[in-house]
Every structure is written in structure tokens, then in C-alpha cells.
Design a protein around this ligand. Structure first.
Ligand code: C2E
Ligand code: MG
Ligand code: MG
Length: 447
């Protein structure tokens, strides 16, 4: 099966369920894609009441396709996938339950579940023509089947399918998995957060805070680290340690990462326009963003679009993202460097850096992980490691930032060790842009 024009023959599909007919009436792809989304879960529950099973089908790396080819192409791909699902579902109900997620209700199928799932995976993975490009919507599928004697209501079955889907994703995507009792369950709260995070990015619930980095010699702030926060409408402020891993697992990190970069650049631009805070902004980059082949290009595009000079931006990359594939990392860093962005290695000391390779990387700065700084006044080993990193930085002519400096004792030891820069609560916690402006106005921070 190959479909170059997902809408070409839409009317013959047995997609009377799930609002598919809306697509035919409106003729507008984006609108149609939106309208398939099921909003009334009661309908799904009643369909599931006497079903033999349920499938959750999720397109792998859909955000990459959106980002690489644009949303219009993404919508076409969704439309094409929906059409294939409609054909597979036959008279069974199917729904779109998330951006790139579909639910199929299984009833009285003659095929063995394994055979059915494999044929669905293969059928959906066939190439699509999206204008000049041909892409494959590889999918992961989670299935929950009705078990004799088990008490599975609709909600339970969907949860089981979600657990199986997550398992398939974790094992490398482009595969299916059938739920088995006893599989590690994902907390409902985590699934909920993942769902809400999609909304949060689009509806402006994320906010950047900024933490200053101080150069010890000049006693001036030389950089501001952008740190993302989620202002959740009912749960309050959520910290990145709680939602960045969820964003990474669900693939949302690419969209979130783009938002952070764009917002940081816009803020930098606004400060430049008003003649304040003439310092760099550093942005944390997830290994998943860095692994994306289009990453450097996108950074440069965002800089261009926001009118920000590349020399104003520093990218904080972790040791493990670099060491995963050093040659590729070198290429990516070189492209960013040539264009004027600088790169620092974050959380240095806890990953697996090869010093030989470190020497080759076009890196400007090492950030000593907070865990070493925290204990340096009480633990001789941590003090020794901090010293070693500072010396390494000096020999390689790099800026070294001690992170998480909280008290005068730590500062004293860092000064003695000739550390160049510090960041931490002693100077300032991460604060909102407006509060930072106030600190500068009141001369509590000097740039
Ligand atoms: P990080 O990049 O190592 O950021 C430093 C973290 O240490 C921040 O936590 C900061 O608030 C905290 N910190 C700074 N000074 C002190 C101190 O003196 N004492 C203590 N106890 N903590 C201090 P935060 O903002 O919760 O961020 C945690 C991590 O989440 C960051 O670690 C970074 O890895 C990640 N992160 C934050 N924002 C982003 C983002 O926009 N994108 C990505 N990919 N990751 C982000
Ligand atoms: Mg950082
Ligand atoms: Mg760090």
C-alpha cells in the first residue's frame, strides 16, 4: 500500500467512526486533523464495553517530521496515517486520542493478535509522499486484550495499552507490545503530566528563569543561564527535574527545546534593545536535541528569526551527549562555532569524558557539577576533584564555572584554587526576567 495523496480516495474508507466524515466535509487538512481528536471519552468507554481489546498507536518521532518538513506536511502525514488506520479498523471504531496517537477498538478478529499487530505496524510504516519528500511514519503500538475473568473496564484497558505502548517505545520504537499483568505500571500522574505538557508548551505555561554567572576577577556577571519552569494552572510551579525527563521520553523535548531557545533569544534581544544586561545567555540542551541532525541549523534559524547575534548565545551540553558520538558532536559544534555560538560542557565530572577527546572539542567552558562543589568543604575527595577540574580548565585555556556555590566557605576555597567563575544561591537563585532587571537596577548585580 502506498499513498501519495492521503485525501485522494478518502470517501471509500470505512472511517465512519471517530469523526472521519468531518474530514471529508471540511476538506481542510489541518482542521480535519484537529477535529478527529476525540473529546468525549464516554464514547470511547461505551465502545470498549464489549470489545476484545484496544490498541494505542503512536507515530515515532512525529515532532521531527513536523520540524523538518513543516506542520502542513505533518498534518498530511497524520491524515494519511488516519486513513490507513480507518482501512485496517474496518467496521471497528477508531479515534485520534493525542497529537500523533490513535486508538483502535478490537472486536471479534479472526487473526492472532501478534499477526494482526505486525501487519498493522508494517502497513503504517509504508512510505508516504509528502510533496517532494518521502517519509515513513514508523509507529509503536501498545495493545491490551481482554483476559478471561479479569475485571477490565474501559479506563483500565486504555491504561494497560498505554503501559504496553511505553514499553514498545522504550525498547527502541517501531515495534508492538501486548500488555501482560505485572508489567511495570507508569503512575497515572506521570501519564497525565505528559499529556498536559503538550498543552503547556502551546498555551504559554512555561517560563524561563535566569541565574547569573559571576566572573571572580572582575566581580561582574558575564552570563545568564536560562532555566525553564512550568507554571501549572492547578499544581503550581513545577521544576525541570520533574518534567524534562517526561519531555525527553515522549519526544516533546524537541518542541520544548525550540521554545526555550526562542524565548531566551527573544529576551536577549529585548534586553539589548533597552541597553541592559549586555551579557551572554546560556541555554541547556538535552542529549536528544543534540542528537537531532537538524539541531545546529535550527539554532541558527532561531537566532536569525529573533535578530540575536550568535555570539550572545552559549549552549550547555552534557558530557554524555558529546561522548556518545564524538565525530558527529565535533561536526555539530564546529558548525555552531563557525557561526559564533559558544559551547560549554555542563555537569562536568559525573559523565564519562575522555580527556583526549575533550582536547579536540571546540568548547569554551566547563561547568563543575554541583555535587562536587556541595561537599568540597567537608570531603577531601570532592575538593581534590574540584581542584583537578579547575587545573584541567586552566591548562586547556577554558573558563571553569563552579556550580551550586551556596556559602562563603566554598567561595573561599574556589578562589584559592583559582576558579574563574561561579554560579549559585550565594550570588542569586534563578529568578524571573523582571526580578533580574530589578537586581541590576538596584546594583545588587553588576554586569
Ligand atoms: P543544570 O543545567 O545543571 O542547572 C543548574 C541547576 O542547579 C538549576 O536547577 C539551578 O536552579 C540549580 N542551582 C543553582 N545554584 C544552586 C545552588 O546554589 N544550590 C542548589 N541546591 N541548586 C542550585 P533547575 O533549574 O531545577 O534545573 C535542573 C536541571 O534541569 C538543569 O541542571 C538542567 O539540566 C535541566 N534544565 C533546566 N532548564 C532546562 C531547559 O530549558 N532545557 C533542558 N534540556 N534542560 C533544562
Ligand atoms: Mg546548565
Ligand atoms: Mg549543571
Amino acid at each position: 500500500m502506498r499513498m501519495d495523496e492521503p485525501y485522494g480516495d478518502a470517501t471509500n474508507a470505512a472511517g465512519q467512526q471517530g469523526g472521519y466524515s468531518c474530514a471529508r466535509r471540511s476538506g481542510r487538512r489541518a482542521q480535519a486533523v484537529r477535529r478527529w481528536t476525540v473529546t468525549d471519552m464516554r464514547r470511547v468507554a461505551s465502545d470498549l464495553a464489549d470489545a476484545d481489546g484496544v490498541l494505542l498507536i503512536d507515530i515515532d518521532r512525529f515532532q521531527n517530521i513536523n520540524l523538518a518538513y513543516g506542520r502542513e506536511a505533518g498534518d498530511r502525514l497524520l491524515a494519511g496515517t488516519a486513513e490507513r488506520i480507518a482501512a485496517i479498523a474496518g467496521r471497528d471504531a477508531w479515534y485520534r486520542t493525542g497529537d500523533d496517537e490513535f486508538l483502535v477498538v478490537l472486536r471479534k478478529r479472526r487473526e492472532e493478535p501478534a499477526g494482526l499487530l505486525e501487519s498493522i505496524r508494517l502497513a503504517l510504516g509504508e512510505p508516504f509522499g509528502l510533496g517532494p519528500a518521502t517519509v515513513c511514519a514508523l509507529v509503536s503500538i501498545g495493545a491490551a486484550l481482554r483476559r478471561r475473568g479479569a475485571d477490565q473496564n474501559a479506563e483500565q484497558m486504555i491504561r494497560e495499552a498505554a503501559v504496553a505502548l511505553r514499553h514498545a517505545k522504550r525498547r527502541g520504537k517501531n515495534r508492538w507490545h501486548i500488555y501482560e499483568p505485572g508489567m511495570p505500571c507508569v503512575k497515572a500522574e506521570r501519564l497525565e503530566l505528559e499529556y498536559e505538557l503538550r498543552r503547556a508548551i502551546r498555551e504559554g505555561e512555561l517560563e524561563l528563569y535566569y541565574q547569573p554567572r559571576l566572573e571572580l576577577a572582575s566581580e561582574k556577571v558575564i552570563c545568564l543561564e536560562a532555566l525553564v519552569r512550568w507554571n501549572h494552572p492547578t499544581r503550581g510551579l513545577i521544576m525541570p527535574r520533574e518534567f524534562i525527563p517526561i519531555a525527553e521520553e515522549s519526544g516533546l523535548i524537541l518542541e520544548l527545546g525550540d521554545w526555550v531557545l526562542r524565548r531566551a533569544c527573544e529576551q536577549k534581544r529585548a534586553w539589548s534593545d533597552s541597553g541592559i544586561l549586555p551579557v551572554k545567555i546560556s541555554v541547556n540542551i538535552s542529549p536528544i536535541q543534540f542528537r537531532d541532525p537538524g539541531f545546529a541549523g535550527r539554532v541558527l534559524e532561531i537566532l536569525r528569526e529573533t535578530g540575536t547575534h550568535p555570539s550572545c548565545l552559549e549552549l550547555e551540553i552534557t558530557e554524555s551527549s558529546v561522548m556518545e558520538d564524538v565525530d558527529r558532536a565535533l561536526e555539530m559544534m564546529a558548525e555552531l562555532n563557525v557561526n559564533g555560538c559558544s559551547i560549554s560542557i555542563d555537569d562536568f565530572g559525573i559523565g564519562h569524558s575522555s580527556l583526549h577527546r575533550l582536547k579536540l572539542l571546540p568548547v569554551k567552558c566547563l561547568k563543575i557539577d554541583r555535587t562536587f562543589v556541595r561537599n568540597m568543604t567537608s570531603d577531601k575527595n570532592d575538593l581534590a576533584i574540584t581542584h583537578a577540574i579547575i587545573n584541567l580548565g586552566r591548562l586547556l585555556n577554558l573558563q571553569v564555572v563552579a556550580e551550586g556555590v551556596e556559602d562563603a566557605g566554598q567561595l573561599e576555597l574556589l578562589k584559592k584554587a583559582s576558579c574563574t567563575t561561579i554560579q549559585g544561591y550565594l550570588l542569586s537563585p534563578p529568578v524571573k526576567a523582571g526580578d533580574l532587571e530589578r537586581l541590576v537596577r538596584e546594583e545588587k548585580l553588576v554586569c
